[in-house]
Ligand binder design. Structure first.
Ligand SMILES: [Zn+2]
Length: 261
């Protein structure tokens, strides 16, 4: 690290859990963020500020006036611009040391397999169930840690599915039913602006902890936030041995049963 980097990251380096070794690990890291909206904005901004060396962000939307109430990577003068170009400008302004790969695409499972292959962590900041299920399947196949978040109205939730470990639950264990019919309803529901900041920042914190291998992540736990009472509820998640996505492989199911007995 050069002098400017030592200064930029000094408040991280002062933390014994991070230090120079941890900061160098962040600089070497690559995080894939799916979605550059309400959750993706704060998640990407904190990951860039923290010095994660490479951020790949994908989203196929353009900045709209109705986004600006909560999608803080974007600004009024960027209405009409692609969200990923707008986010790249914001992130470059915060930390020009970060290599931001901005992809103006709606990614399907095959594309995600390519993009996630050399990512250390995948952040799900998407806004629809088909993308969430695709990200989950890809993280199972590639054995990647998945940091998942969602917000609607005054309700937020965040969880980690560390799919590097065969006994970790997956997103589908938690939400087995297809929620495609809910997407339309969610798209027209209100969102309390700071909730996406709270959940997106929590996703950034969990991502950094995974990259640094420090503390205890939310793996196997779901945190649910009621923004009106500001009460957090933590629920332990178990792998569903009948999950058709992560337990489809008979070998996994057998080893899972062996652990339980
Ligand atoms: Zn599962």
């Amino acid at each position: 690290m050069n002098d400017a980097e030592l200064l930029r990251y000094s408040r991280h380096i002062l933390l014994p859990q991070i230090g120079i070794t941890g900061q160098k690990a962040l600089i070497r890291s690559h995080v894939l963020i799916v979605g550059a909206g309400g959750l993706g904005s704060p998640a990407a901004m904190y990951l860039a500020a923290s010095g994660v060396g490479r951020l790949t962000i994908c989203d196929n939307d353009t900045v709209d006036l109705t986004n600006l109430q909560r999608q803080i990577a974007h600004s009024t003068d960027r209405i009409g611009m692609t969200k990923v170009s707008s986010a790249k400008e914001t992130l470059g302004g915060i930390n020009p040391e970060v290599n931001v790969i901005a992809l103006n695409e709606r990614v399907d499972e095959n594309r995600l397999l390519d993009l996630a292959a050399d990512a250390d962590v995948v952040v799900d900041a998407s806004d629809n169930f088909s993308t969430r299920y695709a990200i989950n399947r890809v993280c199972i196949i590639l054995k990647k840690p998945l940091v998942s978040g969602a917000v609607v109205r005054f309700d937020g939730q965040v969880a980690v599915f560390d799919l590097r470990h065969v006994h970790s639950p997956c997103y589908h264990c938690l939400f087995p039913a297809g929620g495609e019919d809910q997407d339309m309803r969610c798209a027209v529901m209100g969102v309390f602006a700071p909730l996406v900041g709270i959940i997106g920042c929590t996703q950034a914190a969990e991502t950094l902890k995974i990259l640094l291998d420090i503390g205890k992540t939310l793996n196997g736990r779901l945190l649910v936030l009621d923004g009106l009472t500001m009460e957090w509820r933590s629920t332990k998640l178990n792998k569903d041995s009948s999950c058709e996505v992560c337990c489809a492989d008979e070998g996994v199911r057998i080893s899972e049963q062996a652990v339980q007995t």
